[in-house]
Design a protein around this ligand. Structure first.
Ligand code: ADP
Ligand code: MG
Ligand code: ZN
Length: 482
């Protein structure tokens, strides 16, 4: 019997607002503990929450980008449980009336397209953070994060492999980043993912018992944890055992999942509508306005890149994964209208430098204008392609104008016929044996000569011209001195 995996994903995306969901405290990351708190976000009796309109706006934008229905009247509920990082004893979340419902996201895995249904996306506040540092006997709580706005996005159980989950998460993250709704940083916890997974006999339409996975803070861990869990559950079922509904934690050191709590230990949250908050009424006009302000999203942009710039799909998907990079590419193509050459340089030289330093294209020291100029210098024959590649890291490090750098370094390509002729003759004089070989019909020796001349010129000779000269000289001249 073979088994197949069924996976549904819950993502908590931190919304990019300046202040928290129900108070005016700043959401800046990394400040000193408990310096971003007020009576509202630490749950002082008598304090009252006031909803952040920007958070609602970002939730609607995300919902629209994910093809969701926006609920014109949605409501906040209290999710009650006790934990030290939860100062009020309840989390303000949405339960029966989430702001976004019934959406979808298209993904592609190994050329295979799939539509993943989004069940719901709702607004909720984040909790604080327990710190277990210093001496083992003491734990501390930092409430800076308490009250930060989150959008929880939940799929139907439509995914069936770790690769699909990876594709879904990347597509979702790219969209949220395009919208400026979330910075998508998994390591810093602003994009957190909790997959639910079950396994069933292949072809069955019943759902098996699911396990929820937590403590996954990188794309690599998502894939590893799911692969581990598929293997574990398959083994249990194949040997006649049963899967227990539970929450398991990924242990990145041991590369296994371990039980955190079973279904019996699960909380009863006793949800009820929050009496301190009015229902959120959203007008059709506002939704229309937000719909019209949506940027072109990654999938549409990739399609346009393939169509308008005749780029391979691979290039289009790499270039459009971030808005920054796609903007950079388009700015450069406007100045140097050869899309494939620009694409090669952006995906190659540029991304190599940017990725090595974790810098977004927006802050690239080599501007689109600067890259276009470099490509122009190659195009008009002022420098060779090889030199252009060689000086790119220096261009990046110095932020200089390519023309200035080329002149400073004396790298201008040698196209002067007289100078090239001297070089060619000198090389032929030094290698009489190879000249003989060529003349006896061994044409492959030409490559050797081109290489020697390029070397003698410090890489600056115009290779096309060198080729032409060599052919002529080797065919006719007798090397002087022989
Ligand atoms: P819970 O009430 O335990 O949170 P939900 O029904 O809300 O469960 O589903 C949570 C997530 O788990 C959703 O993404 C859903 O698609 C997924 N899910 C539900 N049932 C299964 C299952 N049997 N196998 C895999 N995923 C599932
Ligand atoms: Mg749930
Ligand atoms: Zn506050």
């Amino acid at each position: 019997m073979t088994y197949e995996a069924v996976i549904g994903v819950e993502v908590h995306a931190q919304l990019r607002t300046a202040t928290k969901l129900f108070c005016g405290c700043t959401t800046t990351f990394g400040l000193a503990p408990n310096t971003q708190c007020c009576p509202v976000c630490i749950g002082m009796p008598g304090s009252l929450p006031v909803l952040n309109k920007r958070a609602v706006e970002l939730a609607i934008r995300a919902g629209l980008a994910l093809n969701c229905t926006i609920r014109l009247s949605n409501r906040f509920a209290r999710k009650n449980y006790f934990y030290p990082d939860l100062p009020k004893g309840y989390q303000i979340s949405q339960y029966e009336a989430p702001i976004c419902e019934s959406g979808s996201l298209d993904i592609t895995t190994n050329g295979h397209a799939k539509t993943v249904r989004i069940r719901r996306a709702h607004l909720e506040e984040d909790a604080g953070k327990n710190l277990h540092e210093g001496d083992a006997a003491t734990s501390r709580v930092d409430f800076n994060r308490a009250g930060t706005p989150l959008l929880e996005i939940v799929t139907e159980p439509d995914l069936s492999s770790p690769e699909e989950v990876d594709a879904y998460l990347r597509a979702l993250r790219d969209i949220l980043k395009y919208l400026d709704a979330c910075d998508g940083n998994m390591e810093q916890g602003s994009f957190r993912c909790e997959p639910n997974i079950s396994v069933r006999p292949a072809g069955s339409s019943d759902l098996g018992t699911k396990v929820e996975l937590k403590n996954i803070n990188s794309f690599r861990f998502v894939k590893q944890a799911l692969a581990y869990e598929i293997a574990r559950q398959t083994k249990v079922l194949a040997s006649g055992g049963v899967i227990h509904q539970e929450t398991r934690l990924w242990d990145p050191e041991r590369e296994v999942t371990v039980v955190m709590r079973s279904k019996e230990e699960a909380h009863d949250y006793r949800y009820f509508p929050d009496p301190d908050l009015l229902p959120v009424e959203i007008s059709q006009e506002w939704i229309q306005e937000l719909r019209q302000s949506l940027p072109e999203l990654p999938a549409a942009r990739a399609k346009r890149f393939v169509h308008d710039y005749r780029l391979p799909e691979y290039d289009a998907s790499v270039l459009t994964a971030s808005k920054d990079l796609a903007d950079y590419f388009e700015a450069c193509v406007r100045l140097f209208p050869n899309p494939k050459i620009v694409s090669n340089w952006v995906m190659g030289e540029l991304l190599r430098e940017l990725n090595a330093r974790g810098i977004p294209a927006q802050r690239s020291p080599v501007s689109p204008e600067c890259l276009a100029k470099l490509l122009q210098l190659v195009d008009e024959g002022t420098i060779s392609l090889k030199i252009a590649r060689e000086i790119f890291p220096e261009l990046y490090a110095s932020g200089k104008d390519p023309e200035t750098l080329v002149h400073e370094k004396g790298l201008t390509q040698i196209s002067d016929a007289q100078v090239l002729e001297q070089l060619v003759e000198e090389v032929m004089r030094q290698h009489p044996a190879q000249v003989d070989q060529y003349r006896r019909g061994k044409e492959a020796v030409l490559g050797f000569f081109v290489g020697q001349v390029m070397k003698a010129s410090g890489g600056k000779a115009n290779p096309g011209k060198v080729n032409e000269l060599l052919r002529r000289k080797l065919a006719s001249d007798t090397p002087s001195g022989s």
